[in-house]
Design a protein. Structure first.
Length: 334
């Protein structure tokens, strides 16, 4: 297939590498022209995936037109807070009706829309059956290293989900199909917020029992939101739900867990964000997920405490105490 990958960060680069290795014609769009030049000259994305050799068949570019014209599949891997801006730039140059796949995980600030809904806004009703979401437990560096991973491709059209599934088919990357776009996307968005909580717990030295409790109750929060917004609770038990949540809450490569870990150790959020070129989606999404839950009337106490910690300077230990001393409830409610 002729594939355009929009986003030259670590995950976009890793997916471009994977797709090129299974013989697709891949163009990789980089927001920073310097990144595109380095990849073209050295076949390495030194800024985001240093030490990873990229196939020479990948064509890096800083021209968004070059990345999208005459493509059969477009993979949108920009951070969620700039997804709309990037795809609005791309839209006038898109030819035909390619599959458009979001590999970003988040809820747009203000509109509170999932990434597939943002893509639907940009591309209009003619693309309703051509939009998909790719989500699941997959660290960019591990995917780039060829370590086995499994994820889910979700689309309203089962044919589109299966097209994405086939495009990524590889001995190193297994893709399952789904038509529950709501469940798959919300799992990917909320897990980043819960992962910050898990990192805070570890940074405070609260032990493995606390982390296990946070992950399990995080699953419950995702499930309540998914069910209320029309998704399938069963999806939450799958790769895009429990799978991604466990990875992001426990893996040392997790950006969101790392943010939480440093906050738990007493660092300021502004200093943490200034020290990295990577995006921890959970920081912004702690606000948008909280707003989405409030609008839907869904109680998400862990996500709410993370929002208060990150954006209202609530002390981490006070947040833990408030979680533990909430009103007693049955385990399964809501």
């Amino acid at each position: 297939m002729r594939i355009g990958v929009l986003g030259g960060g670590s995950f976009g680069t890793a997916l471009a590498k994977l797709l090129a290795e299974v013989s697709h014609d891949v163009v990789l769009w980089c927001h920073n022209p310097a990144t595109a030049r380095v990849i073209a000259a050295e076949h390495e994305n030194a800024a985001y995936l240093p030490g990873v050799r990229l196939p020479e068949t990948i064509r890096p570019t800083a021209s968004i037109q070059e990345a999208v014209v005459d493509r059969e599949l477009l993979l949108a891997v920009s951070p969620s807070h700039v997804m709309r801006e990037v795809m609005l730039q791309a839209r006038p140059h898109v030819t035909g009706r390619p599959c458009i796949v979001s590999a970003a995980k988040g809820v747009e600030e203000g509109t509170l829309k999932r990434m597939s809904e943002v893509l639907a806004d940009v591309f209009g009703p003619d693309f309703d059956d051509r939009i998909a979401a790719l989500s699941g437990p997959s660290f960019a560096r591990e995917v780039a290293a060829g370590m086995p991973a499994a994820v889910t491709a979700a689309a309203r059209s089962s044919a589109t989900a299966e097209t994405v599934q086939d495009a990524f088919r590889s001995p190193k990357f297994r893709v399952y199909s789904s038509t529950d776009v709501v469940g798959v996307e919300l799992g990917g968005a909320v897990k980043n917020v819960i992962a910050i909580a898990a990192g805070v717990s570890d940074g405070l030295g609260l032990g493995h029992s606390s982390r296990a409790a946070l992950i399990t109750r995080g699953v419950a929060e995702v499930a309540r939101l998914v069910a209320k917004l029309g998704g399938d609770r069963q999806t939450v038990s799958g790769l895009s739900g429990v799978g991604d949540l466990v990875l992001t809450c426990t893996g040392d490569l997790s950006r969101n867990r790392t943010v939480g870990l440093r906050i738990g150790r007493g660092e300021r959020l502004s200093d943490i964000l200034a020290s990295t070129n990577q995006v921890a989606e959970g920081v912004r999404n702690s606000v948008s997920v909280g707003d989405l839950a409030a609008r839907a009337g869904v109680e998400m106490p862990i996500a709410e405490q993370i929002r208060l910690m990150l954006h209202e300077d609530k002390p981490a230990r006070q947040a833990v105490n408030d979680l533990m001393m909430r009103e007693a409830k049955p385990e399964f409610w809501g």
